[in-house]
Design a protein around this ligand. Structure first.
Ligand code: COA
Length: 329
């Protein structure tokens, strides 16, 4: 079977206007700008207001991505949203985006793969186009994690922020295309990062609200740190091996933006020069599924990533999931 090559034809991002600095957080919990900066590399994050849901950020990011791709919105035949903070349990956020964009007929799907959500969405979208039948797919990574944060828990509230990044995937007519991808998961580590309350195991009740268990629970940051380094290293190698290239061929590396020390450990283990590491974590914090497409958009827009360069994307996240994508921009 002749599989089609697939490219990213447009990208875009959206973040809420409100900035919350480390000093702002130090007024709420027992922390400091120095601690957060040294342990994570984060200086500030964006926080959405009461009226803004995940789909609102998706829509803004998607509009930019569609504009850049040059297609008409009605040419989109699939919308995939990677998120752990959907507007509702159902209907899907992808459906809300479809309605808001005014797209008449297309497939809609939400993917729940934690911070690897955008790369999972890319991998699914790529195959639908590669096998034929679908031409232009909107793949989005988006979160409003600040809505599920316990603002009394300094272990977690300093880490996360809100945002969305979108990509339009289309058939490729040149060397600029996705070269390889890889997905993985390890449910045995699921408890490391979990929201205990609000689902079918522990439905919403007064107790869930009182003990704040419908918020992010992360009891062992160090274990997550270690697993993040190993899994992103493994995914980087697997993705490069499939494409038959080495770390030396890679021009830019965009890891999931969770913690600068995690990213530093990954490049050290991979033997990749620091100059190749693209980071904007200091501005947004960990935006989960949105972090990679936001960083990709930022560094394409500022001219750092140029046509023809190899860009390696690697992610890890709740689940535990991990993923890699290698593309020639
Ligand atoms: N401000 C000040 N002190 C804090 C703090 C905060 N916001 N959060 C935790 N601390 C304290 C801890 O209570 C601990 O105090 P103790 O020594 O008195 O017990 C101390 O800082 C050190 O904690 P430790 O867990 O050893 O710090 P660390 O160097 O591992 O850094 C993380 C903590 C969370 C930054 C780090 O483990 C990490 O980034 N892990 C990965 C988390 C992640 O990426 N999650 C999302 C995955 S998608």
């Amino acid at each position: 079977m002749d599989l089609k090559k697939v490219k990213i034809s447009g990208i875009g991002k959206a973040v809420p206007e409100r900035i919350m600095t480390n000093d702002d957080l130090a007024k709420i919990v027992d922390t400091s700008d120095e601690w957060i900066t040294q342990r994570t590399g984060i200086k500030e994050r964006r926080v959405s207001d009461d009226k803004t849901a995940t789909s609102d950020l998706c829509i803004r990011a998607a509009e930019d991505a569609i504009k850049m791709s040059g297609i008409d919105k009605d040419e989109i035949d699939f919308i995939i949203v990677g998120t752990v903070t959907p507007d509702y349990f159902f209907p899907s956020t992808a459906g809300i985006v479809q309605k808001a964009l005014g797209i008449g007929k297309c497939a809609i799907l939400d993917i729940e793969a934690g911070c690897s959500g955008f790369l999972y969405a890319l991998a699914v979208a790529r195959r639908f186009i590669a096998f034929g039948g679908y031409r232009h797919i909107l793949a989005i990574g988006a979160e409003t994690l600040t809505k599920i944060i316990n603002w009394e828990d300094r272990n977690t509230c300093v880490l996360f922020g809100d945002g969305a990044g979108a990509a339009v995937l289309s058939p490729a007519d040149s060397e600029s295309c996705i070269l390889s991808d890889a997905l993985s998961g390890n449910g045995n580590l699921g408890d490391l990062l979990i929201m205990h309350g609000g689902g079918s195991r522990n439905p919403i009740s007064q107790k869930i609200l009182d003990d704040k268990s419908a918020t992010i629970c992360m009891e062992n940051g160090r274990d997550i740190f270690k697993n993040a380094v190993v899994s992103m290293y493994d995914m980087a190698h697997e993705t490069l091996n499939i494409a038959g290239v080495t770390t030396e061929d890679v021009k830019w590396l965009i890891p999931h933006q969770a913690n600068l020390r995690i990213m530093d450990s990954v490049i050290k283990k991979l033997g990749i020069e620091k100059e190749k590491l693209l980071v904007d974590l200091e501005k947004y914090g960990n935006t989960s599924a949105a972090s990679i497409p936001i960083t990709l958009t930022d560094f394409v827009e500022n001219g750092t990533i140029k046509k023809g360069e190899l860009v390696l994307l690697v992610a890890f996240g709740a689940g535990f999931t991990s993923a890699g994508t290698l593309l020639r921009w």
